[in-house]
Design a protein around this ligand. Structure first.
Ligand SMILES: Nc1ccc(C(=O)O[C@H]2C[C@H]3CC[C@@H]2C3)cc1
Length: 227
C-alpha cells in the first residue's frame, strides 16, 4: 500500500470511526420496556441516527463533495439501506457488548417486521459476522457501497467510478494484507454486496407494511426513502 493510499484510507477510517451511533441510542436498547410499539420507536431512532451518521461519513469520502449535487443525493438515497444494514451488521457482530446484541436482536424480531424479511436480514448479519472484517475493511466496504455508480438517477456514472475504483484497489490490498491465508477473501467481501442488494427489496416491503399500520417515521427517514 503506497503512502498516498495509506493517507487516503486514514481519512475514510477516521471518519468511519468518528461517526458512530450515539451511546444514548444504544443505551436505550437495554432500558426501554418491551412492546412492539416501543421496539419500533427504538428502531426508528436507530435508523434515523444511522442515516445521520451515513450522511456525515459520506461527506468525508475524498472527492464525494465535488460530484454533481444531484448525483450526491442519488448516491445517498440509493445506498442508505445497504450502508445501514452493513453498519448494523458490523455493530451487531462486533462493536456491541454482548448483552446488547441479543437485546437488539430481540427488539428487531419484535417490532412488526414480517418473518419473511427477518430471515434474510439475520442471515446477512451472520454472514458479515463470519468474515471477521477489520475496521479498515468495514470502512472501505461501506465507502465502496455508497459509491456504486449504477444507482437509480445517477447521471455521471464515470465520475462515480473514478472515485470507487481507487477504493476497491485499496480494499483489495487490505484484504491480502489482513487475510494472507484466504486469497478469495476480497471476492467474498464483494459477494456480500450482492447479498446486500437483495435486502433493498425486503426493506421497501418492511417500510410499506409499517406505513400501512400508520407507524410514525421521522422526517429524515421519509426524505431518504421517499415514504
Ligand atoms: N421507522 C423505521 C424504523 C426502522 C427502519 C429500519 O430500516 O431499521 C433498520 C435498522 C436496523 C433494525 C431494522 C433495520 C436494521 C426503517 C424505518
Amino acid at each position: 500500500i503506497t503512502k498516498e493510499q495509506q493517507a487516503f484510507m486514514k481519512v475514510i477510517v477516521d471518519s468511519y470511526n468518528r461517526h458512530q451511533i450515539p451511546q444514548d441510542v444504544t443505551k436505550k436498547l437495554l432500558q426501554e420496556q418491551y412492546s412492539a410499539e416501543e421496539n419500533f420507536i427504538l428502531l426508528t431512532e436507530m435508523a434515523t441516527s444511522q442515516v445521520q451518521v451515513l450522511v456525515e461519513f459520506t461527506k468525508n469520502i475524498p472527492g464525494f463533495l465535488s460530484l454533481d449535487h444531484e448525483d450526491q443525493i442519488a448516491l445517498l438515497k440509493g445506498s442508505a439501506v445497504e450502508a445501514m444494514f452493513l453498519r448494523s451488521a458490523q455493530v451487531l457482530s462486533t462493536k456491541m457488548p454482548n448483552g446488547h446484541t441479543e437485546v437488539l436482536e430481540e427488539r428487531i424480531r419484535n417490532s412488526g417486521i414480517s418473518e419473511e424479511f427477518m430471515t434474510p436480514m439475520f442471515n446477512f448479519y451472520k454472514s458479515i459476522g463470519k468474515l471477521h472484517m477489520v475496521q479498515e475493511e468495514q470502512a472501505l466496504l461501506t465507502a465502496v457501497t455508497i459509491l456504486t455508480p449504477d444507482r437509480p438517477f445517477v447521471k455521471d456514472h464515470p465520475a462515480v467510478e473514478r472515485l470507487q475504483e481507487p477504493m476497491l484497489e485499496v480494499l483489495r490490498k487490505l484484504c491480502a494484507l489482513h487475510h494472507p491465508r484466504e486469497p478469495q477473501y476480497f471476492a467474498r467481501l464483494l459477494g456480500r454486496l450482492t447479498e446486500l442488494r437483495t435486502l433493498n427489496h425486503y426493506h421497501t416491503e418492511m417500510l410499506t407494511s409499517w406505513r400501512m399500520n400508520d407507524q410514525k417515521f421521522t422526517p429524515l427517514l421519509c426524505e431518504i426513502w421517499d415514504v
